[in-house]
Design a protein around this ligand. Structure first.
Ligand SMILES: [Zn+2]
Length: 348
């Protein structure tokens, strides 16, 4: 098969469009002919590598993908599993779990003790084919666009688990989203609006803020004009503070903690500005705040949120599509924050 792989960690120049053996499905797995992959910032982090990361090289990036099932090894009997068949159009849940540990048995499979993320520790979707257990697949309606499905999957499941599963966001609440352009943040704006909450977005560019408004954000704060945006948020809530903050930046935690009302929750699924930063503990205990971290979602939540996506209730925001061969340029666009919404790869 054709794939974009890397043989050593490094910059975009290590990505190579070349031939690689097509994976063979193991028992219970489906072989998927991918038509679209979507990018995540994690792809670039994996390509760059970090101390302690040990991959079987060459490695193939990519957590998100959608395509058609072309083979199944030992399909489950009728009535068991998801009932997927050869020819079905599917989108992938990249949250890989063992199915048998205490967390998996408790249906908290994103806490699996043997957890893997497709494209991180396993070869991913920047390729013509990928082979995965049947439970990782969601069957798409006949004419649902592969690119939209791939773009929706990881960011929507992540935002859904964080806002709904962890954050328990309610419709009478106000949520602040720090950052306007990223995939998880645009999914969070839509999910918060779907729940019925009021949404405040802090962003750094007028254009991205306008786009956030076009997908439902109620109040926009331009941090390039208001350096101390926590004050603006405080004033926008009549000095009450917000109920929930979505902060996947990290370095902004102090401002985010300041914007929260007493008893408020800070939700985080990442740290786009780096993993280490200082926070003042006095805000946390004196204001009774909760910091709730999570990653990905359970299989059940993935199905829940994809049902809303295919019903058109949540719309993946599409940025730009590149041919698979141009994955390096696509990653550069993402890494430089030039996108609004998801970048996808077209796999012919
Ligand atoms: Zn498990």
């Amino acid at each position: 098969m054709k794939a974009v792989l890397f043989r050593a960690h490094g910059g975009p120049e290590v990505l190579e469009y070349t031939d690689f053996p097509t994976p063979k499905p193991k028992p219970g797995e489906a072989l998927i002919r991918l038509h679209a992959a979507a990018l995540n910032r994690m792809d670039v982090l994996v390509r760059n590598g970090w101390p302690g990361l040990k991959l079987e090289l060459p490695h193939i990036n990519g957590a998100d993908g959608a395509g058609e099932i072309v083979a199944i090894d030992s399909p489950l009997p009728e009535g068991e599993g998801l009932g997927v068949r050869v020819g079905d159009r599917v989108v992938i849940d990249a949250n890989l779990s063992c199915g048998s540990c205490e967390y998996c048995l408790d249906r908290k499979d994103n806490l699996c003790v043997n957890w893997h993320l497709l494209g991180e520790t396993m070869r991913g979707t920047y390729a013509e084919y990928v082979s995965l257990p049947e439970k990782q697949l969601y069957k798409l309606p006949k004419d649902f666009d592969y690119h939209k499905a791939a773009a929706a999957a990881l960011v929507h499941q992540t935002a859904w688990h964080s806002l709904v599963g962890r954050g328990n966001l309610q419709k009478h609440e106000t949520v602040l989203i720090v950052g306007a352009g990223g995939g998880v943040n645009t999914a969070s704006v839509q999910i918060a609006k779907y729940i019925g909450a009021q949404v405040i977005v802090v962003g750094s560019e007028a254009k991205k803020l306008q786009m956030a408004e076009s997908i439902g954000a109620d109040i926009l704060i331009d941090r390039s004009k208001e350096a101390d945006w926590s004050k603006s948020v405080f004033l926008a809530t009549n000095k009450r503070g917000v109920d929930v903050v979505v902060d996947n930046v990290g370095a902004t935690f102090m401002q985010s903690l300041r914007t929260l009302r007493k008893g408020g929750r800070l939700l985080t699924v990442g740290n786009s500005a780096g993993p280490k930063f200082e926070i003042d503990n006095r805000y946390i205990f004196a204001k009774h705040l909760s910091i709730l971290g999570s990653t990905m979602s359970t299989l059940e939540e993935f199905k829940e949120v994809m049902d809303l996506v295919v019903a058109g209730k949540l719309q993946p925001i599409m940025d730009k599509t590149y041919p698979l061969q141009e994955a390096a340029s696509a990653q550069e666009r993402l890494w430089k924050h030039e996108n609004f919404g998801k970048i996808t790869l077209d796999i012919l």
